[in-house]
Every structure is written in structure tokens, then in C-alpha cells.
Design a binder for this molecule. Structure first.
Ligand code: GDP
Ligand code: MG
Length: 432
């Protein structure tokens, strides 16, 4: 990803011995290059880099920060300012209509939104109103079934308005109704007509445009057309994971003045994030996104009825691992968690740790069942002879026991660092 190279900019700033005009020019050039490569629109690139240059060379350095941190803070702030706004969708009764071209990710996103707010306590429902693609009904129904979402659709019904009317009648209980609509390959009159009709019938509280990040700068034209036709309240950028051109969609939103609501970062239903410009930029600069990470941990632990204090105390034992291993595995792949940590926090994990499968979790539990209370409370005493005994007792092998111990150490370290929530350099707590 082109924006990834912004991490190097942050490193360059923090690693420099002198902060002078030359360094600032160099940094500004690096940032320009990264943004342009990511398809951010040239005018915005110029605005961002001009303000960084101006502020970095003129502003008085805050007494609490060093020069380097001061420059990094300016870069961070100007990128946040330049990257556009987020939008906090309130947790209340609402109807959401998704629009966008075919293949942009509407159907997937409908399910992602429903899951996202269901996990946060709302009664959500998805409605299949794409009457053009026969497979769209099945696709949404399957997604809903798989993730326990309420689904409404009328198979083979060609009248989208009828579907909407029936959906409203049938889904009175739902707090949030998310309507998937048809897209076309191109932006045509017929698409506009149908969008307007559905919108009139549904009376959505929010109309969100779903844009595929891979289209880069073309996002601007697309967003303008949709906005002029039906008025868009927010943009959802999908497939941010697979492209270097995501900056194009970001700058389209900024150009038109529409907030970005969510970002899709993968095909799985949980690969979906609320767009928070501060956390986003913080992560781009390699400074982690502790806010999102902490939210994630807290949400999972509260859902699993796990005591947050115990979870985050940092001195947790294997007994805590035993009690909370399910919750921890729900935080997702270790890889994704690590992306949210600042670069100063380097946790050594190998491939086997990156993805802890359900199978492995079962094995870990069996192993822990063969441990004594003393070992669970004080894992440090587990030496090689104890490892052998535990392996025999649990019908596993010493390698498995060692893997569990490694998992435990990594989690412990991770929790401790999250709890500390500090960035590796003085004074700045970005994105929090
Ligand atoms: P629609 O035609 O607008 O309804 O698009 P779909 O929801 O059917 O999505 C089209 C394809 O994009 C599917 O294969 C999805 O799995 C994939 N997709 C959707 N969102 C994302 C995302 O955020 N990342 C990735 N990698 N793939 C996505
Ligand atoms: Mg679809």
C-alpha cells in the first residue's frame, strides 16, 4: 500500500539528529510522494504539504515536546485534517440505504453493518432489494444465515418497492434496517431512477455510497454523480486491504465534503471498521491505533462477561488464559492486532502464533487441564521436566505445551502494553 510508506516518514523524523529546513523539505517530499502514489488528489496533496512545511518551519516548539516529536505532531495533525472526516452513526432506530456500482461491495457491506451494530446491541436486519441480480438474494440470505442476522427478501420479486414496503411491515421490531440495492456496471439513467424510487419508498435516514478503493481517483467522479442524483450522507470505502490507491476514495470524500463512515478491510464479515481519522492516520504513521484496539478488547471482554480488570492487569496467569482464551481468540488474528500497535512496540511472534485456531484452543485447554493449580497460577515454575509430565498427562507433546506457554507470554506482554497505552516516545498520545 502506498500510504504504508508514511511509516518510514515517521521513522525518519524520529531518527533524525537535527531537525532543520533540509529535513523538513525532505519529509514533505516523502509525504507528497506517498500521497500521490496512493491516488490522493493533487490539490489536496499540495494543501497538506504546504501546511506541514509552513508549520514545521515557523511554529514555536512546545516546551514539553522535543523538536522531532513536534514535527511529527504537525505531520500527524495536518494529515488528520487533510484526510477527511469520520461519521459516528448513532445507535438508534434508523433505515440505511446502500448504493453503489456493481461489485463495489454493497451486499457484503450490508451484512457487515448489520453484524457490527448487532454486536453493539441493536436489533438489525438486512433487506435484499437488488432485484437485478438473481444471485444477490441468495448471497445476502447466506451471509445472514451464517452470522445469525435477521434477513428479509422476496425471492424472484422484480419490484424493489414492493420488497421495501413488505420489509418495513415485517421488520417493525428492528432497530436498524439495512437495504441492499442493485448496482450497474455503469452509472445509467435507469439506475438513478430506481435509486430515487427506492429512496422515496424507504425514506432512509442515511444513504451511504459504497465505493471500491481500487478505483483510485475515479472515486471522485463516481461520488459526485451519486451525490448529485440522490444526495449521499456518507461513504463506505471497501477493499482497502487490496489496493495501493485507497487515497483516491479518501480524497473524493473530502473533495465533496461527505464523511467516511466505514472502511472494509477484507472479505470476512469482521473486516470492517468505523472510520476514525485520528486512529487511521496514527496507524498510517506506524504509531498504532490504541483507541480502536482498546475498544475491540473491551467490547469482546464485555460480551464474554470477562472481568476487564483481570484481562488487562498485565500480571495475568495461565488460569486467566484458561478462563478467557475464547474471548482472546475472538479478538481476531494476532496479525491484525499487531497492526494497531505503535511501531515502538515490537512483539516477537512467529507464524504459528499469528493465527490461533479453534482447534488449537481446544488443545490448549486440554493441556491446561493437566496442569496443577500452582502451575496455572505461577507459570514460571514450568520447567522442562514439568513440560514433559504435562505433555504425557494431556496426551500431547512437549512442543504443544511450549507453544501454549509462548502464547501465554505473548498475550501477557500484549495486554500489559495495551494497558500502558503509551507510545514509545515522549509526551505524545496520538489517536487517543
Ligand atoms: P456488490 O455487487 O456491490 O453487492 O458487491 P459484493 O458485496 O457482492 O462484493 C463483491 C466482491 O468484493 C465480493 O467477492 C466480496 O467478497 C468482495 N469484497 C467486498 N468488500 C470487500 C473488502 O472490504 N475487501 C475485500 N478484499 N473484498 C471485499
Ligand atoms: Mg450485491
Amino acid at each position: 500500500m502506498a500510504l504504508e510508506s508514511l511509516k518510514l516518514v515517521a521513522k525518519k523524523i524520529l531518527g533524525s539528529t537535527i531537525v532543520d529546513k533540509k529535513l523538513v523539505e525532505e519529509i514533505v517530499r516523502d509525504i507528497q510522494r506517498a500521497l500521490i502514489k496512493a491516488d490522493v488528489n493533487i490539490k489536496q496533496v499540495k494543501e497538506i504539504s504546504d501546511s506541514i512545511r509552513k508549520r514545521a518551519l515557523k511554529e514555536d516548539i512546545l516546551p514539553t515536546l522535543g523538536t522531532r516529536e513536534h514535527v511529527l505532531k504537525i505531520v500527524y495533525e495536518e494529515l488528520v485534517k487533510g484526510i477527511g472526516e469520520g461519521f459516528e452513526l448513532p445507535l438508534r432506530k434508523s433505515r440505511i440505504m446502500l448504493v453503489g456500482l456493481q461489485g463495489s461491495g454493497k451486499t457484503t457491506t450490508a451484512a457487515k453493518i448489520a453484524k457490527y451494530f448487532k454486536d453493539r446491541g441493536l436489533k438489525t436486519a438486512v433487506v435484499a432489494a437488488d432485484t437485478w441480480r438473481p444471485a444477490a438474494y441468495d448471497q445476502l440470505e447466506q451471509l445472514a444465515k451464517k452470522h445469525g442476522l435477521v434477513f428479509f427478501g422476496i425471492k424472484r420479486e422484480k419490484d424493489a418497492n414492493k420488497i421495501i414496503r413488505e420489509a418495513i411491515k415485517n421488520l417493525e421490531e428492528a432497530d436498524m434496517i439495512i437495504v441492499d440495492t442493485a448496482g450497474r456496471h455503469a452509472f445509467e439513467d435507469e439506475l438513478i431512477k430506481e435509486m430515487i424510487q427506492i429512496s422515496n419508498e424507504l425514506k432512509p435516514d442515511y444513504k451511504f455510497l459504497v465505493i471500491d478503493a481500487a478505483i483510485g481517483q475515479l472515486a471522485s467522479k463516481q461520488a459526485k454523480l451519486f451525490h448529485e442524483a440522490i444526495g449521499i450522507d456518507g461513504i463506505i470505502i471497501t477493499k482497502f486491504d487490496g489496493t495501493a490507491k485507497g487515497g483516491g476514495a479518501l480524497s473524493a470524500a473530502r473533495e465533496i465534503g461527505i464523511p467516511i463512515v466505514f472502511i472494509g478491510t477484507g472479505e470476512k464479515i469482521e473486516d470492517f471498521e468505523k472510520f476514525d481519522p485520528r486512529g487511521f492516520v496514527s496507524r498510517l504513521l506506524g504509531m498504532g491505533d490504541l483507541k480502536t484496539l482498546i475498544e475491540k478488547v473491551e467490547r469482546i471482554v464485555s460480551k464474554e462477561k470477562v472481568d476487564t480488570e483481570v484481562f488487562l492487569k498485565g500480571t495475568f496467569t495461565l488460569k486467566d488464559v484458561y478462563n478467557q482464551i475464547e474471548a482472546m481468540s475472538k479478538m481476531g488474528p494476532m496479525r491484525k492486532i499487531l497492526e494497531m500497535l505503535p511501531f515502538g512496540i515490537s512483539l516477537k511472534i512467529d507464524e504459528s502464533m499469528a493465527e490461533v485456531t479453534q482447534e488449537k484452543i481446544k488443545k490448549f485447554k486440554v493441556i491446561m487441564d493437566s496442569m496443577t493449580e500452582e502451575e496455572l497460577l505461577n507459570p514460571r515454575i514450568i520447567d522442562s521436566s514439568r513440560i514433559k509430565r504435562i505433555a504425557i498427562g494431556s496426551g500431547t507433546n512437549p512442543q504443544d505445551v511450549k507453544e501454549l506457554l509462548k502464547y501465554y507470554k505473548t498475550m501477557k506482554d500484549l495486554m500489559r502494553r495495551i494497558k500502558k497505552g503509551k507510545l514509545p516516545f515522549r509526551g505524545i498520545r496520538l489517536g487517543i
